[in-house]
Write a new protein. Structure first.
Length: 407
């Protein structure tokens, strides 16, 4: 088909092209273009102005199916374009003249809600679509006031949207699209009852449901069988679990971890790094140690006030600091492409957490490095993670080739 946007597309001030090496989970496409999906001209403008030139594999598989209203169960590696896979067809199907919530995008954390809402606003800026984000830990009164004006797309964490629906403020009766991003987390024991309440009490019966995640535990299958109508299944995870991310471990005693980290900082070429700990107390203690060593460092965890968390996330994303110490709060869907090194200061207890942590590097096909500090007590968990993810975590060499994780 002829490029209907060609006349204005060339005039857009596109961001500079990223020429870094990319992995096949974003480059092995069918060769489709966004124009092939007959999207509205205004939506195409938003896509190209954001610098998205062609769809990634998950977008190629997902967008045409979502556009015809089918339920979707999609599994793809973190950082391969899942957000675009559901926001583009969602925005295409919104009627901006209908003053009602028409799409609910559920996410498990406040940070991911803010990020997803921002993508929606950028892609839909020429469509006249109103996007609202609502999460726990923010002013309920402000959200109630906002809902008195037009909202087309609601990006939310589950507890807050149920609260607003219970109060009769968020009317979801015309909401025909429901997306669960990081579905494995949303359908865990913490969130499952709330998500089921939303589906059974407030959403239209024939609402389109789209689930996206890198891992699909039993709870997702149960939700699928109970609430989805013959969902179209997409699985791009057969061989792509940790593609592009080189993984090493360093065998150390607990008391030597900070010294080991200091050595890594001096030897690695870090654009930005995220360093994970298993508790919020250890996050704060480690951040203090790193600062004392003379390195720039922020920290973030779930016990911090929301305004502080938002500021840290915003500043780190904008490059104000090179290193971020985090609890597992930060493992879900956070997309910061300049992060090229992840360090597990504390090794995680299970393979799912490992997958999501390490997936913070190597975003959208770029190369990344994961280094794990392993104590004697971690040795069985290391073996278990390798077996369950079908991956190899090698002993750290004396020198790490920069070509493995740098542009």
């Amino acid at each position: 088909m002829q490029n209907r946007g060609e006349d204005w597309r060339n005039q857009l001030q596109a961001p500079p092209r990223d020429n870094r090496l990319k992995t096949t989970d974003v480059t092995a496409t069918k060769g489709n273009s966004f124009e092939d999906y007959y999207l509205k001209r205004e939506l195409l403008m938003g896509i190209f102005e954001k610098g998205w030139e062609n769809p990634s594999p998950i977008q190629e598989e997902s967008i045409p199916v979502a556009l015809v209203g089918r339920d979707i169960l999609a599994r793809a590696k973190n950082g391969t374009g899942k957000t675009g896979a559901f926001t583009i067809p969602t925005l295409e199907r919104i009627d901006s003249k209908l003053e009602a919530i028409q799409a609910l995008l559920l996410v498990p954390t406040r940070e991911l809600a803010l990020q997803t809402a921002q993508v929606c606003k950028e892609l839909g800026k020429h469509l006249g679509i109103e996007v609202m984000v609502t999460t726990g830990g923010t002013s309920l009164k402000d959200d109630i006031m906002r809902l008195y004006s037009t909202v087309h797309v609601l990006v939310a964490t589950p507890g807050r949207v149920v609260d607003l629906a219970n109060k009769g403020v968020a009317d979801l009766s015309k909401c025909n699209i429901m997306v669960l991003d990081e579905a494995d987390k949303l359908l865990s024991h913490d969130f499952m009852p709330i998500c089921e309440e939303l589906v059974t009490k407030y959403m239209p019966r024939n609402c389109q449901k789209m689930l996206y995640s890198a891992t699909f535990p039993v709870t997702v299958a149960q939700f699928k069988d109970k609430y989805m109508r013959e969902p179209f299944e997409i699985n791009l995870m057969e061989e792509l679990t940790l593609k592009g991310i080189t993984q090493f471990y360093a065998y150390v005693e607990e008391k030597a971890k900070v010294h080991c980290l200091n050595t890594l900082f001096s030897k690695l070429q870090i654009n930005q790094s995220i360093i994970f700990c298993n508790s919020f107390n250890r996050v704060e203690l480690l951040a203090k140690k790193i600062t004392e060593l003379g390195y720039s460092c922020f920290y973030i965890h779930s016990k911090m006030q929301q305004a502080h968390r938002n500021r840290v996330f915003h500043d780190f994303r904008n490059g104000a600091c090179r290193n971020l110490v985090s609890s597992d709060l930060f493992t879900r869907g956070i997309d910061i492409q300049s992060v090229n090194v992840v360090i597990n200061f504390d090794f995680p207890k299970n393979s799912e957490t490992y997958l999501h942590r390490v997936g913070r590097s190597g975003r959208f096909g770029h190369l990344g490095l994961a280094i794990n500090l392993i104590t004697y007590d971690d040795r069985f968990n290391l073996y278990k993670v390798e077996q369950e993810l079908g991956t190899e975590i090698k002993p750290i060499p004396p020198a790490i080739d920069k070509g493995l994780y740098c542009a």
